[in-house]
Design a protein around this ligand. Structure first.
Ligand SMILES: NC(=O)c1ccc[n+]([C@@H]2O[C@H](COP(=O)([O-])OP(=O)(O)OC[C@H]3O[C@@H](n4cnc5c(N)ncnc54)[C@H](O)[C@@H]3O)[C@@H](O)[C@H]2O)c1
Length: 283
């Protein structure tokens, strides 16, 4: 990984770096040109990681491939460097068990696009040293990310467990004909998502009554009643896939050009939101 001062240099391209600089959104204390000059390539893993303080593995999401990469790294690294995986779904105990340097291993799961969405989930192996978590946390803070610590590993980590809970109920509501695909997404983008960009679900409870205890007193019976009506895990197949896909493609056709244009629009929105969030520091 490049030096922390480079701030995210490894996750955006040359053209984007220049645009970020022009718009005043570039992270780190160095210019785009200085950050770019810190990147170099080579075809030898030992040479690539020589002198590194933190190695962030980003190969495709294959357990076999990642285990191969970490086994190679395990043979060449010293006792200080952090071995960190970007894995979205693979548990640390699947990735790192048996490595000589397991105490230095951690999953640091970023969120796409990481330059604008700062969250990084830090997930320990049962044998990860507390110092590994502390150093990775400090590094992520220093490069402008927003790390959170899982105290122990859990399938789906936290972000995907929350995301899958939402996807699951969204799917059931559309499948049961309660709401259209478009309106379902609006409930999030023009409703819940507005506040979730600034406060989470637990603080929402606290603010939506006279504190959290008062919220539970007032609303827990209603929440439990509704939760009991949630259906089984959807299959995500068959007629509902066709229906959701058809409605979605009317808004964003699924050819590469339309998808790329919509992603660009999403990233532009996130860039502006990131700026706003930066201005709106917590009181
Ligand atoms: N894309 C996302 O939204 C996202 C978000 C969070 C975490 N992640 C995680 O990051 C990791 C990478 O995801 P991605 O979407 O960037 O994947 P990707 O397929 O876009 O990129 C993977 C990179 O690995 C390289 N690569 C492929 N095979 C390799 C090999 N055998 N050895 C070494 N390098 C190889 C590719 O050239 C490419 O640069 C995955 O573990 C994924 O779960 C991705």
């Amino acid at each position: 990984m490049a030096s922390p001062a480079a701030g995210g240099v490894v996750i955006v391209g040359r053209k984007e770096m220049k645009l970020l600089e022009q718009s005043g959104s570039l992270k780190g204390s160095l210019s785009a040109e200085q950050q770019l000059s810190l990147i170099s390539g080579c075809s030898n893993l030992a040479e690539a990681v020589e002198g590194a303080m933190h190695i962030q593995e980003c190969v495709p999401e294959s357990l076999e491939l990642k285990k191969k990469v970490f086994a190679q790294l395990d043979r060449i690294v010293d006792d200080r460097v952090i071995l960190s995986s970007s894995s979205s779904c693979l548990l640390p105990s699947w990735l790192f068990t048996g490595l000589a340097h397991v105490k230095q291993c951690v999953v640091a799961h970023p969120v796409n696009p990481p330059y604008y969405v700062p969250l990084v989930e830090l997930v320990p192996h049962p044998e990860t040293a507390p110092a590994t978590m502390d150093r990775t946390y400090a590094l992520m803070r220093r490069i402008g990310q927003s790390p959170v610590r899982l105290l122990k590993e859990m399938d789906g980590f936290v972000l995907n467990r929350l995301q899958y809970a939402i996807i699951s109920e969204a799917w059931r509501l559309v499948e049961e004909g309660i709401v259209s695909t478009n309106d379902l997404d609006l409930v999030m983008s023009d409703g819940l998502g507005m506040r979730y960009a600034f406060i989470g679900p637990l603080e929402t409870m606290h603010l939506n009554a006279d504190g959290l205890v008062s919220y539970c007193d007032r609303y827990s019976d209603g929440i439990k009643r509704v939760l009991k009506t949630f259906g089984p895990v959807p299959e995500f197949s068959g007629a509902t896939v066709e229906k959701v896909n058809q409605e979605m493609c009317m808004k964003v056709p699924d050819d590469p050009e339309h998808l790329a244009a919509r992603r660009k629009w999403r990233d532009d929105c996130l860039k502006k939101l990131a700026k706003l969030k930066h201005q709106m520091q917590p009181q």
